[in-house]
Structure formats: structure tokens, C-alpha cells
Unconditional design. Structure first.
Length: 98
């Protein structure tokens, strides 16, 4: 008997951050967050990106809710082999686009 394929979706809720390092030389930081989904096989994809919280400096608050990727598996327990990585960036530190 073949295993049934289960479709699941993780809901991502990024509420806020308490940052410990200031990377802005002048003024206040404008942080945003990127959530990266790493599957059990090691592949990574961007799952979500918050808006920039302008002038929030060391205490950004996003209250960002988004659906993550659809996860297909024959075993619902194998989703626990995946990881979410949260990266916080300063908007002004990005390279200028051409």
C-alpha cells in the first residue's frame, strides 16, 4: 500500500525583534527581516520578507503574517527535519541597484 502524500503549509508570523548591534553610523536603523526555509535535503528558499520598519532602530515591530511554502510529504513527521532561518537586515546597507 502506497503512503498518502500530505500537503501542509506553515504559517509564518514575525512579530518583532530586540536587536543587539547597531550598524547605522548616522541616524536610526531601518530594519527588515527575511525568513528562509531550509528543507530536510538542504535546499533553501526565501519563504517571507517583512516590510521595512523605518526609524525603528533597535526595536523593530513588523507583526508580519504570511503563508510559508507548501510542504509535501508522505510522512507528516518529516516536516520537523526542516528549519526556518530569520535574518534581519538594515535597509541602507543593501547595495545600490543598477
Amino acid at each position: 500500500m502506497a503512503a498518502d502524500i500530505v500537503d501542509m503549509r506553515v504559517i509564518i508570523h514575525v512579530v518583532k525583534a530586540d536587536l543587539t548591534r547597531n550598524v547605522e553610523i548616522f541616524g536610526r536603523m531601518d530594519p527588515f527581516a527575511v525568513v528562509v526555509w531550509e528543507s530536510a535535503d538542504g535546499t533553501k528558499q526565501e519563504a517571507s520578507r517583512t516590510r521595512t520598519d523605518w526609524n525603528s532602530h533597535m526595536s523593530p515591530r513588523w507583526d508580519h503574517l504570511s503563508p510559508g511554502p507548501v510542504y509535501k510529504s508522505a510522512s507528516s513527521s518529516s516536516i520537523w527535519d526542516s528549519m526556518l532561518h530569520l535574518h534581519v537586515y538594515e535597509r541602507d546597507m543593501l547595495p545600490a541597484s543598477d
